[in-house]
Design a protein around this ligand. Sequence first.
Ligand code: PEP
Ligand code: MG
Length: 575
Amino acid sequence: MKSLQGIAASRGIAIGPAFRFRRVDLCFERHVVEDPAAEWVRFQAALVMAQEQLAEVYAKAEAESGAEQAAIFQAHVLMLDDPELLQAVRMSIEEQGLNAEAALGDAAEMYAEMLEALDDEYLSARAADVRDVATRVLRILLGVAESPTAGLDVPSVILARDLTPSDTVLLDKSLVLGFCTAEGGATSHTAILARGLGLPAVVGAGPDVLDVPDGTEVALNGSDGVLLVSPDAETVAGYRMRQMAVDTVLAKAREHAREPALTQDGHRVEVVANIGNVEGAQVALEAGAEGVGLLRTEFMYLEQVHLPTEEAQYQAYRAIVEAFSDLPVVLRTLDVGGDKELPYLDLPDEVNPFLGVRAIRLCLARPELFRPQLRAVLRAGAAGNLKVMFPMVATVTEVRQARAMLEACRAELLVEGQAVAERVEVGIMVEIPAAAVMADRLAAEVDFFSIGTNDLSQYTMAADRTNAELTALASGFQPAVLRLVRDVIAAAHAQGKWVGLCGELAGEPLAVPILLGLGLDEFSMNPPAIPLAKQIIRSLTMDEAREVAQDALALDSAEEVRALVRQRVPSATVA
Ligand code: PEP
Ligand code: MG
């Protein structure tokens, strides 16, 4: 038995024969055509066909995974409409007389390389989308229809170098038990899609994945990021039993997803969703979200090629607030910088972007960026239960400045006669250790806190959250991080303020009992994690949760913390 360690991308277990996803080699010759005008027409016909295909792929993805996951394919359609890309192809065909395949290949590669050179994880990942969409058009131009899964006729575990979003969504789910890729990171679209589809997945398991012959029995554990090749019968039996147990628990949890999260002794906490756009709202509601604890507004900015106007922001925020009617929506103001760059802002390079002029620092320095967003927030607030929070706050002064700007925008809107929210609760993300340490002072300035454990862990542990080798160190289970969480909650409660947590930790089954015991009021997470988190909360009394939390905080390591919860809270050991 051989074990390959990758990155856990989508929870669940898959056992079955291996099937190697073979991408068809799209070879073409580069040549000069006789009739460039006709060649351009041929290219445009292929584009139309690609758009039709994408509409089908979108419909399939939307039906299977919801509109948020499917939005990737809308982005692909937009890429096919990109004037710069089309102009580059047209010039190669009409001016150099190149064949459409070569013209498209050149233009797409140039575009993809430009995105990769931006040294930005999000935009670099878009390079894969450009190549994916260009390959689709190329396939049409070449008349190549063969599927990379030709020959897949029994349910199998797919092994691949990497899978594009289209590859993933087009997989025949009745024949795919899960997948493992040699390359790729946990934040790739493919990993996100796998989660949405409920397919167990491991990514970044290294090139050995590609040496596994078709038909070899493999067992994949998407929760631990492990692929076992030719596992022994005992291991397989153990995996199967675990799989059955997980399936049963998750199915039961989903049946009660829309019910409140009440502990055995009647204490209620809010379980809400992290979303990034309008499409996410519906998915979140279906998963049982009682509102939104984190609307990452920068995702909407990242999807654009220029700064969204106040009006565009207002429309998007209003649509989300209306989708949730009376339920709360916590909107986080622009959190760019660090690993989230907006090329159209043309920000100066920084040696340490994670410690640079980002998020609230950038917004305060650039009122022309911040004010339209604050105005849009206040206007959208008139339509429902909208709250606003500022990211990456380190000092009391920053909160006061941001609040002053919010109030100035409100005064302006009132003078203009616009409808604005009478009162918008204002909070901050507590994700910098300085804010955690100063929580008692900051609590006096705001209505609520939302703890961002993704960043709080990386800054507390001095461990880059995007570095795969430091995953264990940059973890919210580190006792140092949990102690800060405890102190922040206590400081806020001492002043009657509520506290949420919107880092990934909130949706981690093993963290839920601890956070509950620490008195967290609002748990905000990826929508698919909601049903199970609610079920764990319902299985506990507050006294039990408090005891687990207290004991966990006395431990020395993240491993010990996890082991303790596993031992004490059976309902949290699923998956
Ligand atoms: C966090 O830092 O925990 C957080 C929720 O924000 P983001 O992951 O967007 O930085
Ligand atoms: Mg953060």
